[in-house]
Design a protein. Structure first.
Length: 481
């Protein structure tokens, strides 16, 4: 019996039996995942029209973007653990109900305050939904099928991030700039209701296990981890807070993280189920490396599309529709590369991540060199963003597959939630840092601001590349030993 099994009182995993409807179940859950992840980036092109339509400040509108990411990141690990304990079907139905109601509330809100509050609730609901995707993949698939399923999930993550600005621009262009932004959220209502019916019909209930099962939720652990994430994300999304927020980050994050680790150790020693089994960090070095690569990649990647959206609209005066269409090459590249990467990651392994990040770095550098000041702009954006998208699409799914491949299915929800928490933290930090770099250099010129922001993103991507190279060397040493 393995150490985690022996120490926590868990039984060994039941023998794997392929579910006959596993691919249809995956399709339904990916639609749900796409919807929740799409709402991270779909508002990027709506910032100017929301500011005018709600007659509010840029700081308030920034909370519409960042507040979603904040509560999303706060609930991911707890949502994954709840799915592990009480079943993914139940958590998906609860999360979908909350997501549909909060989306409707955003769309019908009469003022900016209610929009921000509704977006906070919407992000919390998305945090309950998203970890169920990785948990179901771990539960329903094995071997090459699992790699293929994670490839499709990676395609969903990449395409949702890339397609958000495109779909946002199309919807606002069709519905009008004054109130078209409301339809970015109202469209979730019919999709979410249909998804609830499909989840109820297809996703299996949690299998019954013979003998006693301890499904207690580590509430203090969830609160401590939430406090650590809050200390990190709140200063990031509230960038105008000054020294007190910096102090909250520098002191609060390590303190809350230390208390969380100590508490989880006590929970495990007492034989109770932890929120997140920290022995994963000691016994699965590939999991730790994957967390770090994912966090740094999303730090560099997420801000790129946001800065380009702001630059094309506020800097150059293009419409949301034009901006969305200009970003199509990135979405196409991601859509092509992600499923292909998922199919070959079992054969190539971590080197695939290295080459994919390297391709993305080259693509962003080409944007820096070739795009600013060029006309016609779309002609220069087409090849550079296509290359960037091809690289980006081949990062996410292999990293998810390689990070979670050795995690036991009974912990898949919490482990997948932690992985996605690292990605959400990276996304929030990257968006704030790159937008700040853009705004600080606007006095020079809009082109200089774009270059400064994109080069800042490249720094984070290079850090992710260095970690990926380190993971390749670690894996080679492990095979040689």
């Amino acid at each position: 019996m393995s150490e985690p099994t022996a120490r926590t009182g868990k039984r060994d995993e039941a023998p794997y039996e392929p579910h006959p409807r596993r691919w249809r179940i995956l399709a339904v859950t990916l639609v749900v995942g796409f919807m929740s992840l799409l709402d991270v980036s779909i508002v990027n092109v709506a910032i100017p029209s929301m500011r005018e339509g709600l007659d509010t400040s840029s700081a308030n509108i920034q909370w519409v973007v960042s507040g979603y990411a904040l509560t999303f990141g706060l609930t991911l690990v707890a949502g994954g653990r709840l799915g592990d304990a009480y079943g993914r079907r139940r958590l998906m139905l609860i999360g979908l109900a909350g997501f549909v109601l909060s989306s409707a509330a955003v769309g019908f809100s009469p003022d900016a305050t209610l929009v921000v509050v509704s977006r906070l609730l919407q992000g919390a609901a998305a945090g309950l939904l998203t970890p169920q995707n990785t948990g179901l993949i771990q539960q329903l698939f094995r071997g090459r099928e699992r790699a293929k399923a994670f490839g499709l999930f990676g395609f969903t993550v990449s395409s949702a991030s890339a397609a958000g600005p495109v779909l946002g621009g199309l919807i606002i262009g069709a519905a009008g700039e004054e109130n078209g932004w409301r339809w970015l959220f109202l469209i979730n209502v019919p999709i979410g209701l249909v998804a609830m019916v499909a989840v109820a019909a297809l996703v299996p209930r949690k299998p019954r296990v013979s003998g006693p099962v301890d499904n207690r939720i580590d509430v203090p652990g969830a609160l401590l981890l939430g406090a650590a994430v809050l200390c990190l994300l709140y200063p990031v999304v509230r960038v105008e807070g000054g020294g007190r927020l910096i102090l909250l980050m520098l002191l609060g994050v390590p303190l809350m993280a230390w208390v969380f680790v100590r508490w989880e150790g006590r929970v495990i020693a007492a034989g109770r189920p932890p929120l997140l089994d920290l022995r994963l960090l000691r016994t699965l070095p590939g999991y730790v490396g994957g967390l770090a690569i994912g966090a740094l990649y999303f730090t560099g990647f997420t801000g790129l599309l946001l800065v380009l959206s702001i630059h094309l609209q506020d800097g150059l005066g293009h419409t949301p529709l034009w901006t969305g269409l200009a970003l199509v090459p990135f979405a196409v590249g991601s859509a092509v590369a992600a499923p292909l990467a998922g199919r070959v990651v079992s054969d190539i392994g971590r080197p695939l991540t290295v080459w994919a990040i390297a391709a993305m770095v080259v693509g962003v550098l080409l944007v820096v060199v070739l795009v600013p000041g060029r006309e016609p702009l779309w002609l220069w954006l087409l090849p550079t963003l296509l290359l960037t998208g091809l690289g980006g699409g081949a990062v996410v799914s292999p990293n998810i597959t390689l990070t979670l491949e050795e995690v036991p299915p009974r912990m898949a929800g919490a482990a997948g939630g932690a992985l996605q928490t690292s990605q959400r933290i990276g996304s929030s930090i990257g968006a704030a840092v790159l937008v700040t770099a853009y705004q600080l250099t606007l006095d020079v010129s809009v082109d200089a601001a774009l270059r400064a922001a994109l080069l800042t993103g490249v720094v984070f991507l290079l850090a992710a590349l260095a970690l990926a190279v380190g993971e390749v060397r670690r894996a080679n040493r492990a095979r040689a030993a």
